[in-house]
Write a protein that binds this ligand. Structure first.
Ligand SMILES: C[S@@+](CC[C@H](N)C(=O)[O-])C[C@H]1O[C@@H](n2cnc3c(N)ncnc32)[C@H](O)[C@@H]1O
Length: 205
């Protein structure tokens, strides 16, 4: 397959490079029996290529909104991995695509503070419908606890987010766990990550 866009010219997130190793140490354990992962909001694709490369026992399905797909696909062309599928269109507010295999894990990073509250609700409803009965969900990003920011930098980030889009903002963990519970997903681990982020692991039994 011909690579049309050199890697150096594709959108790049330094944060993804910084956090991917520490996220992987947890995914290795949580996804040890997983066969099919659906990623929501794959963005630049840096996480999916790295995780597919290191979690060779499972198949990784990236997805994003239509306007992200060209750049996502351009990165995937540089990583012809057997267990990494082409990126597919998935907007959490629309009906989620029918997938060839049952999805037993859903992964998303740095998305819930970008989405409006309505979209976050749609994300969890979609997880509930798409996930296999004993599936799991892993979510990376910043969260508030008891309505409080966990750091000054997160408070400043929240101001910046709302300047970009008034409906964006760091979400309360209590609200997130309530939405998850409505889909039968229980918060099983909540791990502190560098730069005041968290990695949440929900399971459905
Ligand atoms: C800050 S980027 C994060 C991208 C990547 N996961 C990362 O960690 O760098 C936010 C992502 O959320 C996605 N997103 C926002 N609204 C969405 C929606 N309605 N449905 C699906 N993805 C959405 C964006 O398309 C984008 O890929």
């Amino acid at each position: 397959m011909q690579n049309t866009i050199p890697l150096a010219q594709l959108p790049f997130s330094q944060a993804c490079e910084n956090n991917k190793h520490v996220i992987l140490t947890h995914l290795v354990q949580w996804l040890s029996h997983t066969t099919q992962v659906l990623e929501i909001g794959s963005g630049t694709g840096q996480h999916c290529v790295f995780f597919a490369e290191h979690l060779t026992h499972l198949r990784w399905q990236p997805s994003d909104q239509p306007h992200y797909l060209d750049n996502l696909q351009a990165r995937l062309q540089h990583y012809p991995l057997n267990n990494l599928a082409d990126g597919i269109e998935l907007d959490v507010s629309q009906s989620w695509p029918k997938l060839v295999a049952a999805i037993d894990a859903i992964y998303t990073a740095n998305t819930l503070h970008i989405m409006s509250c309505e979209l976050v609700e749609a994300f969890f409803v979609g997880c509930g419908k798409t996930l296999a009965p004993k599936g799991c969900v892993a979510i990376y990003g910043p969260f508030n606890y008891s309505g409080e920011f966990t750091s000054d930098s997160n408070a400043q980030f929240d101001v910046w987010l709302k300047q970009q889009h008034p409906l964006s903002g760091i979400r309360d963990i209590e609200w997130i766990t309530t939405l998850a519970k409505q889909q039968g997903l229980i918060l099983t681990e909540d791990v502190a990550m560098p730069a005041n982020n968290r990695l949440l692991y929900f399971t459905r039994t």
